[in-house]
Ligand binder design. Sequence first.
Ligand SMILES: Nc1ncnc2c1ncn2[C@@H]1O[C@H](COP(=O)(O)OP(=O)(O)OP(=O)(O)O)[C@@H](O)[C@H]1O
Ligand SMILES: [Mg+2]
Length: 246
Amino acid sequence: MPEGFTVWFTGLPSSGKSTLARLLEPVIQRRGLHVEVFDGDEVRQHLSKGLGFSKEDRDENIRRIAYVAGLVTRTGGVAITCAISPYRALRQEARQRIGRFVEVFVQCPVEECIERDVKGLYKKALSGEIQNFTGISDPYEEPENPEVVVETHRESPEESLSKIVRRLEELGYLPPEGFGGLTPVPVPTYLYREIQRRLDRSRFHDVSHYVTHLLVQALDDLQEMPITDQQRQQILGRLKELGYVE
Ligand SMILES: Nc1ncnc2c1ncn2[C@@H]1O[C@H](COP(=O)(O)OP(=O)(O)OP(=O)(O)O)[C@@H](O)[C@H]1O
Ligand SMILES: [Mg+2]
């Protein structure tokens, strides 16, 4: 089973969490991983129905999200969460619970968020119609050591997305696209199915991982190789980067 992880977005209302989560979801799916998105709004309609916006209720909301994100991560999936998650201590708690945790600080000046006001809630908060609104009448504690910072007031959504994807690759959570330049070998469907049937799922994510493993073994076993030492080193270096050999 592949190893899962959680991408934890945090930022002011209208900063761009949901937008980036929706862009990130298909990117991760294309790399062969299972993804679940826990968006604040949907969570509050189901998992956290009935909770309000007091400090206590906000904390409870985050604990529930961290719990389910932890389950997804533990079972080899990728959880993407997009809740404001304004309190540092609760994000820290989530990080500790989940382990493989990537905090993305979606930074945007509150003036710009007010301008965007995607859901019209800043207007209501500023006129006093709603209370305890993060950024206006409730605190937001900025992350101190997030894995990624995106600055959505000066980046396009695509630029912010590629920053996140690059970081996930650097951290080794996301396999590089198309195995980072290795040419995929075409396999007829019937053979693909047969290989899939033989997969030892505790060791290999999918057919490509398994086939790569067989190639590495063959490479190791070959006494004489029709390639130079330098080429061999290059190949081994790349396989090491990808985590297929120690
Ligand atoms: N680099 C960027 N990344 C994400 N969104 C951006 C960026 N630049 C501009 N935007 C715009 O900012 C808005 C962000 O809205 P979005 O609903 O994603 O915010 P949110 O953080 O999920 O807010 P909420 O906490 O209220 O759910 C969108 O209209 C989006 O198009
Ligand atoms: Mg949102």
